[in-house]
Design a protein around this ligand. Structure first.
Ligand code: 3HC
Length: 289
């Protein structure tokens, strides 16, 4: 059933480029779209570097890395997405922007095209309402860094059809990922649990329970986390963490999701984590993955 050949990805930031990479590795023809040509070129380079790294480590056959690059196309022309049987939107986490993209994709692509979103917290049903094909709208929430993380949350909106759901599960498996079906509720499962945990780590820092390094060491050495929560918040992006908490706080009407003032302060100061070179930690180089 999952007979896609050409996949369009909208947005070439860390998530969009990671999704494009895994789709190209799986043998799909990929069109990675962004309005900014410079950003696209950066994404193209980062994908190449990531593939080389995986090949050098023996995690990917060199010929697969090479053919993935041949399957990858970058474009600033929205019209190039017309030929796609699946589009995965991975634009900035802004509801109005995502709705606009969905409306335009609905008008551009063929009636059978499935339109997926990588949103981390916006309800799928709301995005589906911007289109005339709510049965073909679905959430595919990938984890960062996409090439290394196995999970994809698959989220059905109120009107998503069984066929769209089934095709998406099959596609996720073809990408070598593990699908988990989740109800359309703010934050889904991952961010419902992860975001308050990251927020709590910021509260611990604000209250001076320990240094940032010791908070991270505690969770790494004490709970076997691969990364400490403050380092992970920097990795995800502090603006993204704040946005997710705000959506859950507003929509679930529960103060346990209220963002910590220190997190807000970092975002106000534009210290957003790795992507800006500074967050809870400083980073020498900023690589968009
Ligand atoms: N492609 C290729 N290589 C990559 C890469 C990529 N996209 N991203 C990182 N790497 C490489 C690094 O360059 C580094 O290479 P090096 O060893 O040659 O320097 C290597 O991976 C990192 O290796 P490490 O030994 O430091 O760490 P691990 O390999 O054990 O794991 C990790 C790295 C998978 C990132 C691990 O630290 C981890 O699991 N961290 C937690 C990530 C996580 O929780 N992600 C989910 C976030 S939530 C989310 O995304 C949802 C959103 O909505 C907020």
């Amino acid at each position: 059933m999952a007979n896609h050949k050409t996949i369009g990805i909208i947005g070439s930031g860390q998530m969009g480029s990671g999704i494009a990479q895994v789709c190209a590795v799986a043998g799909f023809d990929v069109w990675l779209y962004d309005i900014a040509h410079e950003q696209l070129q950066k994404a193209h380079k980062n994908i190449e570097t990531s593939l080389e790294k995986l090949a050098a480590k023996g995690k990917l056959l060199p010929e697969k890395a090479k053919s993935a690059m041949q399957h990858l196309n970058i474009t600033t022309q929205f019209g190039d997405l017309k030929k796609c049987s699946l589009c995965i939107e991975a634009a900035t986490e802004k509801e109005a922007l995502k709705k606009k993209i969905f409306k335009e994709l609905d008008e551009l692509t063929g009636p059978e095209t499935i339109l997926a979103t990588n949103t981390s917290s916006i309800p799928i049903t709301d995005l589906a309402a911007a289109t005339k094909r709510p049965d073909k709208i679905i959430g595919m929430h990938f984890m960062n860094p996409v090439p290394l993380m196995a999970l994809v949350e698959v989220i059905r909106g109120k009107k998503t059809s069984d066929e769209t759901h089934q095709k998406t599960i099959e596609l996720t498996k073809k990408l070598g990922k593990t699908p988990v079906t989740v109800k359309d509720s703010p934050g889904f499962v991952i961010n419902r649990i992860l975001a308050p945990m990251l927020n709590e780590a910021v509260w611990a820092l604000q209250e001076g329970l320990a240094t940032k390094e010791d908070i991270d060491t505690a969770m790494k050495e004490g709970c076997h986390f691969p990364m400490g929560p403050l380092a992970l918040a920097d990795f995800v992006g502090l603006d993204t963490c704040l946005f997710i908490l705000e959506v859950m706080h507003k929509d679930l009407k529960n103060d346990k999701f209220k963002p910590c003032p220190l997190l807000k302060k970092y975002v106000e100061e534009k210290k957003l984590g790795r992507k800006t070179g500074e967050g809870f930690y400083s980073y020498a180089s900023t690589i968009v993955r």
